[in-house]
Design a protein around this ligand. Structure first.
Ligand SMILES: Cc1cc2nc3c(=O)[nH]c(=O)nc-3n(C[C@H](O)[C@H](O)[C@H](O)COP(=O)(O)OP(=O)(O)OC[C@H]3O[C@@H](n4cnc5c(N)ncnc54)[C@H](O)[C@@H]3O)c2cc1C
Length: 531
């Protein structure tokens, strides 16, 4: 089968996109210019929302096994006792994970192989043009130049994206004047496992002096970062690129130890430096995410400070947003206009991430910060597409169309020995219509499910949720669960219809229990082709 989609770049974003397209039934080609994956550890923080995405993809256990839970942060400021800050996330399905980016990429690569797809390595995009037939690309492969035509191309090719440049998309923003050093070291100290450490000394009219240590899964190992000393700085006029400066010498163990000695209240011995590097930070946002049949995602669209661990996670969620839409269009189930919602939904998310991470970085350790950020903002579960082109209906006080549908425990299904979570029921690639059941309206749900089955075959599952434990006859063609704990009704209330998108966000809320609103929404708002 000829691939209709080319994914350029096999970092975490390109890998997620190719895996998700495959899960939705579309086989893409994926290329990367590197012969082997990068061994630098950039991202470590994996947000609770990304873990929810990984659960839907079926790889959350593999990722959790490859990481360690990040339990909190020890903050050391001058003249004050060290403060341990913890974040209680016990009301969410997942906590905050730490997994080195190469481990996350390895889990995604293995998952992609399970679909029979491998990364075409040593293959770089050389040229890209579009015409009415699709996207014409030239690739430099290990066997020479290859020319190929694709219906859609997605550039997941990082901050210096060749796709973004070929599409002429602007990428305006600023750069931090300073450079940072990174190192993977062993540290002897009494910091509890799973805690990160941030020691900051503000400097008048200049960036703060800082030492940050983030734990890696191997006991005693940390990825440390600090401002780079002048000795390692780039010569004036050079080194202005974002990211790791792989072509320049990194820090020595002595460079890192010196900062630790300067900023930590008690001596901590750093040893066994495995790798080090210098990195630079810019804050930039692409003007557009789509030109014709070519898209960009991840760092190709947005770059910003690593504070709060948002970049890779935001990119993974770009891919999760785009994949199901692309799959529906390529399979002829939806019109191409659905793909415009990708930029409309994801660009404002990146805008917010850039603003939050830039402010957090500029204000590191300074007094007089504005109100502390929402405890949940960095978990990314607050990301919402409310007000976006695919969000319709009134919602209630807990949930607006466009919001992430929260998990709900304590659902019982006949024949299942133990309670189920809502997320277990939502898993899969289809829309899910949740219908809180009221007395005697079982037949209405049956009729609704039959209409949707006939008009949109295999695209919508219908789940009826009966109150309490009272026996209800299972409607035909409808999954029936009992809200035994009452937790479902606490969030969704009584009556109405709640249509959950394939990526777990609420698409439509209708106060009426007639299927007309659902049919109209899927046909006219989402652009699904009805049969
Ligand atoms: C120090 C540091 C710490 C960070 N910490 C975190 C964190 O804790 N959490 C977090 O979420 N994010 C973090 N980030 C950000 C994170 O690393 C990036 O957001 C993430 O790597 C972006 O993924 P991507 O797939 O978009 O791009 P990349 O990871 O850059 O992957 C792009 C891929 O495209 C390939 N490529 C490029 N050009 C071409 C071409 N022309 N043809 C073919 N292939 C090409 C490259 O070889 C590469 O494999 C951190 C970044 C840094 C520097």
């Amino acid at each position: 089968m000829v691939a209709e989609i080319l994914v350029i770049g096999a970092g975490p974003v390109g890998l997620t996109l190719a895996c998700e397209l495959a899960r939705h039934g579309v086989r893409a080609r994926i290329i990367d210019r590197l012969d082997a994956p990068s061994t630098y550890c950039r991202a470590i923080g994996v947000t609770p929302r990304t873990l929810e995405v990984m659960e839907d993809m079926g790889i959350v256990r593999e990722l959790v096994d490859a990481g360690l839970w990040l339990t909190g942060m020890r903050l050391i400021l001058p003249g004050a006792p060290a403060k341990d800050l913890t974040l209680d996330l016990s009301d969410l399905p997942f906590a905050q994970l730490g997994a080195p980016q190469y481990a996350t990429e390895a889990v995604l690569t293995a998952h992609l192989s399970s679909y029979g797809i491998s990364i075409e390595r040593g293959t770089a995009l050389a040229d890209l043009r579009q015409d009415a037939d699709g996207v014409d690309v030239e690739l430099d492969t290990p066997n020479g130049r290859e020319r190929a035509l694709f219906r859609y191309v997605v550039g997941c090719d990082g901050a210096h994206s060749a796709v973004r440049k070929a599409l002429g998309i602007g990428f305006e923003g600023d750069a931090f004047p300073m450079e940072f050093m990174l190192g993977d070291v062993h540290i002897d100290w009494d910091l509890p496992r799973g805690m990160t450490l941030r020691a900051i000394r503000p400097v008048e009219d200049a960036p703060p002096d800082l030492f940050v240590a983030i734990p890696l899964p191997e006991r005693g190992r940390y990825r440390v970062s600090a401002a780079a000393p002048a000795r390692l700085a780039a010569p004036p006029g050079s080194g202005t690129d974002h990211g790791i400066q792989a072509d320049r010498p990194g820090a020595t163990l002595d460079d890192l130890q010196e900062v630790a000695d300067r900023l930590l209240p008690e001596h901590a011995t750093l040893s066994d430096l495995r790798w080090s590097s210098i990195f630079r930070i810019s804050m930039r946002l692409a003007d557009k995410y789509r030109v014709g049949n070519a898209f960009i995602a991840g760092d190709a669209c947005h770059i910003h400070p690593p504070t709060g661990g948002q970049g890779m996670n935001t990119g993974i969620q770009d891919a999760y947003n785009l994949a199901w839409k692309l799959a529906l269009v390529v399979q002829g189930r939806a019109s191409d206009a659905l793909l415009d919602s990708y930029e409309a939904e994801r660009r404002p998310v990146a805008e917010d991430v850039i603003a939050r991470t830039t402010e957090a970085s500029v204000n590191l350790g300074r007094e007089g910060r504005k109100a502390p950020p929402d405890r949940l903002a960095d978990t990314q579960i607050l990301v919402s597409y409310a007000g976006g082109p695919l969000s319709a209906g009134p919602g209630n006080a807990n949930l607006r169309p466009g919001d992430r549908v929260p998990d709900v425990p304590g659902l019982r299904r006949d024949g299942f020995g133990f309670p189920l979570r809502l997320f277990e029921l939502l898993r899969g690639t289809r829309y899910v219509l949740l219908v809180p059941l009221a007395d005697g309206d079982t037949w209405k749900v049956e009729a609704c499910a039959a209409t949707l089955r006939q008009m949109f075959p295999d695209l919508v599952r219908v789940i009826a949720i009966a109150p309490g434990d009272a026996p209800v006859e299972e409607p035909s063609g409808v999954e029936l669960v009992h809200d035994a704990s009452g937790a479902f009704r606490t969030v969704f209330g009584e009556g109405g219809l709640w249509l959950v998108r394939p990526d777990g966000y609420l698409g439509l809320h209708s106060e009426s229990s007639s299927e007309c609103a659902v049919v109209g929404y899927l046909r006219d708002v989402v652009g699904l082709r009805a049969s």
